[in-house]
Write a protein that binds this ligand. Structure first.
Ligand code: HEC
Ligand code: HEC
Length: 342
C-alpha cells in the first residue's frame, strides 16, 4: 500500500465521518425542536437524509386549490420526470404505457382518443378538474378503482400542486386557475374536515369535491353554479335568438302568429302555463296550472320531459344554463311590455 492509497483511505474515512456528523447535526436540528410531538415530524429529517420515508397510511389528502396560483412550475416539470416513464406530454406525442397528456387538465376522463383506457376511467363521468386530478395523483387506485395506472401516487400536496399547475400549461388554451371563491371554498372545506381519524380520506374527498365544481374551469363552471337571475342579467337576447332557431321548427314567435306543431310563443314569459285557448295541449302541460315564470321556463327547457312528463314537446332540452338564459332573455323581449328581470 503506497502513501497515495493510504491518503485516499484516510480521506474516505474522514469524509465518512464528516457525513455522519453532518447528518446527525441535520437530523438533530430538524427533530429536536419537535421532540414532544408525534413521529410525523421526523419526515423532514427523513427527506433531508434520504432515508426514512413517511408511512403512506398517514398521508392525508389535502387540496391543491389554494396552492395552484403560486405553484412552482419548474418543480412541477421536474416531478413530471416520474410520470415520463409512462407518459409523453408534448402536443401530438405518442401514447406510451399511459396516454399522451397534452391538454389533459379540464379534459374528459379519457381525453386521448385512441388510447385503450381501463373501464375505470372510460366509464367515469366528469372531467379532469383540479380537485379530481389532486385526488387521482394522490392515489390513482382510490380515485378510479381498477385503473391501469400503476403508480403509487404523490403524497406531498406541494408536489401535486406543482405538477398539476405545470400540466395546466401544457395545453393550447390552459383552463383558468381556480378563482378566489374556489380558493376560499377549499380552505373552508379543509378547516371543516375532521382531524385525521376514522375515514379522513373519504371525508376530505367529499368535502373538496364541492370546491372542485367551483374551481374546475372558468366561465362554464361559473355558469353552472350561478343563479338564474345572474345568468339572465348577463344573457344576450341576440344570442338567444340564434339558439331559438331550434324552437322555430315547431313554434311561431311573432305577435298574432299561428300555432304550428307547438303553440305560438309571443308574450310567453309570465303567461299562464298552456296559455293559449286555441292550442291542443297535452294533459301534462294543461295540468301544470302555474305560470311560465323565469324559473319554470328554465326547468322546462332543461329537459321538457322531466318537468312535464308526457308533454308533446319532443325536444331534448338545452343542457347549458347560459343557453337557456339567453333563450329566455330573448323570449322575454317578445312582448309589448317585457316583464322585469328577476
Ligand atoms: C407506470 C406507468 C405510469 C406512471 C408512472 C404514471 N402514469 Fe399516468 N397513466 C398510466 C396509465 C396506464 C393510464 C391510463 C389509466 C387507465 O386507463 O385506467 C394513465 C392515466 C393518466 C391520466 C388520465 C389521462 C386521460 O387521458 O384521461 C393522467 C392525468 C395521468 N395518468 C397523470 C399522471 C401523472 C401526472 C403522473 C406522474 C405524477 C403519472 N400519470 C404517472 C400510467 C402511468
Ligand atoms: C319538436 C317540436 C318542438 C320544438 C323543437 C320546441 N317545442 Fe316547445 N312545444 C312543442 C309542443 C308540441 C308544445 C306543447 C306541449 C304540450 O302540450 O305538451 C310546446 C310547448 C312549449 C311551451 C309551453 C307553451 C304554453 O303555452 O304553455 C313553451 C314555453 C315552449 N314550448 C318553448 C319552447 C322553446 C323555447 C323551444 C326552443 C328552445 C321549444 N319550445 C322547442 C313543440 C316543440
Amino acid at each position: 500500500m503506497n502513501s497515495f492509497e493510504l491518503n485516499k483511505m484516510i480521506g474516505a474515512i474522514l469524509l465518512g465521518g464528516f457525513v455522519l456528523l453532518l447528518s446527525s447535526i441535520l437530523a438533530g436540528k430538524l427533530v429536536v425542536p419537535h421532540k414532544s410531538e408525534s413521529p410525523a415530524v421526523a419526515v423532514p429529517a427523513g427527506e433531508a437524509g434520504g432515508q426514512a420515508t413517511a408511512p403512506a397510511a398517514e398521508a392525508k389528502l389535502e387540496s391543491v386549490i389554494p396552492l395552484l396560483a403560486t405553484a412552482d412550475l419548474a418543480a412541477g416539470a421536474a416531478t413530471f420526470k416520474k410520470c415520463a416513464a409512462c407518459h409523453t406530454i408534448e402536443k401530438g406525442g405518442p401514447n406510451k404505457i399511459g396516454p399522451n397528456l397534452w391538454g389533459v387538465v379540464g379534459g374528459p376522463h379519457d381525453h386521448m382518443p385512441g388510447f385503450a383506457y381501463s373501464d375505470a376511467l372510460k366509464g367515469k363521468p366528469g372531467t379532469w378538474d383540479y380537485e379530481g386530478l389532486n385526488t387521482w395523483l394522490f392515489s390513482p387506485k382510490a380515485y378510479a378503482p381498477g385503473t391501469k395506472m400503476s403508480f403509487a401516487g404523490l403524497k406531498s400536496v406541494k408536489d401535486r400542486a406543482d405538477v398539476i399547475a405545470w400540466l395546466r400549461t401544457q395545453a393550447d388554451t390552459p383552463v383558468p386557475l381556480p378563482d378566489a371563491a374556489a380558493v376560499e371554498a377549499a380552505k373552508a372545506a379543509a378547516a371543516a374536515a375532521p382531524a385525521p381519524a376514522a375515514q379522513p380520506e373519504a371525508t376530505t374527498t367529499a368535502a373538496t369535491t364541492g370546491a372542485a365544481a367551483t374551481a374546475a374551469a372558468g366561465t362554464q363552471t361559473a355558469a353552472a353554479t350561478a343563479a338564474l337571475p345572474d345568468l339572465l342579467k348577463a344573457a344576450d337576447p341576440a344570442a338567444g335568438e340564434k339558439i331559438a332557431a331550434k324552437c322555430k321548427a315547431c313554434h311561431d314567435l311573432s305577435k298574432g302568429g299561428p300555432n304550428k306543431i307547438g303553440p305560438n310563443l309571443w308574450d310567453i314569459v309570465g303567461a299562464k302555463q298552456a296559455h293559449l285557448d286555441n292550442f291542443n295541449y297535452s294533459d301534462a302541460v294543461k295540468g301544470l296550472g302555474g305560470q311560465w315564470t323565469y324559473e319554470n321556463l328554465n326547468k322546462f327547457l332543461t329537459k321538457p320531459k322531466d318537468y312535464a312528463p308526457g308533454t308533446k314537446m319532443t325536444f331534448p332540452g338545452l343542457p347549458k344554463p347560459e343557453d337557456r338564459a339567453a333563450v329566455i332573455a330573448y323570449l322575454r323581449s317578445l312582448s309589448d311590455s317585457p316583464k322585469p328581470l328577476p
